[in-house]
Write a protein that binds this ligand. Structure first.
Ligand SMILES: [Zn+2]
Length: 243
């Protein structure tokens, strides 16, 4: 009897896995991470919360990157979509993406970013040769299960209909978390932390994707690695501008 009970249990577990997300969506319909309203498309934030996010003006991104000459020289253009407000809707989103194992939220947000890029880039972003996420160190990725920037990059690439290349860059050394470091220390912390694992495609600009732009130190170090490997043009896109 014990063995037939365990057989039934195993069959039920397998059935549960097969139904997977679909069944979960019926039992727990997707809700906005910020206000808890239903989001029929399964988006992490509802239309009202999205509309309430503050768009970042291009000058604000340029000013931020102009604080360091390295960053000015390395990017051919940069876009940060929304202002990061520590009390706002993006905070709930970022927390879920980073700490609650929600990779598909990253792909959904990447499509929002891709939409904005398509509206601003020449030819709707069709000239972009590839989308490259800023990599996490392997140890950090294993701990989290995925790189949130890769999920964003996938959504961007899907929207721009261009290849996503998470293999282009590697993080060659683990770096301390940037969160509690002063601005100058952030640059030292990530300088030389990236390398290109492959020659980047040169038939158009590369689009480097990260979740948050703070000082630009991490993105600049990653872009410098792409340049060293022969990339002629690198553009930057982030979901948020912090600080
Ligand atoms: Zn909402």
């Amino acid at each position: 009897m014990a063995s037939s009970a365990s057989f039934v249990r195993k069959r039920l577990a397998r059935l549960g896995r097969r139904l997977g997300g679909g069944l979960l969506d019926v039992l727990y319909p997707p809700r906005c991470l910020s206000c808890n309203a239903r989001t029929p498309e399964g988006d992490p934030l509802c239309a009202a919360c999205l509309a309430g996010l503050e768009r970042v003006r291009p000058e604000a991104v340029r000013r931020r990157l102009a604080e360091r000459p390295e960053a000015e020289d390395v990017f051919d253009g940069a876009l940060a979509l929304w202002r990061f407000d520590p009390d706002g809707a993006l905070r709930a989103f970022q927390h879920a993406l980073k700490y609650r194992n929600r990779p598909r939220y990253g792909v959904a947000a990447g499509q929002w970013l891709g939409q904005a890029l398509g509206d601003t880039l020449p030819h709707g972003g069709a000239s972009v040769a590839a989308v490259a996420p800023v990599p996490l160190h392997r140890a950090r990725r294993l701990e989290r299960g995925y790189n949130q920037s890769t999920m964003l990059a996938r959504g961007v690439a899907r929207r721009l209909d261009t290849p996503c290349r998470p293999d282009l860059l590697v993080r060659t050394r683990a770096t301390r978390s940037q969160t509690h470091l002063a601005r100058r220390a952030r640059w030292k912390n990530v300088a030389g932390a990236f390398d290109a694992a492959h020659a980047p495609p040169t038939d158009g600009p590369l689009l480097l994707v990260d979740d948050v732009l703070t000082t630009g130190a991490t993105a600049t170090a990653a872009a410098q690695a792409l340049r060293r490997a022969g990339a002629a043009r690198v553009q930057l896109a982030t979901l948020a501008l912090a600080g």
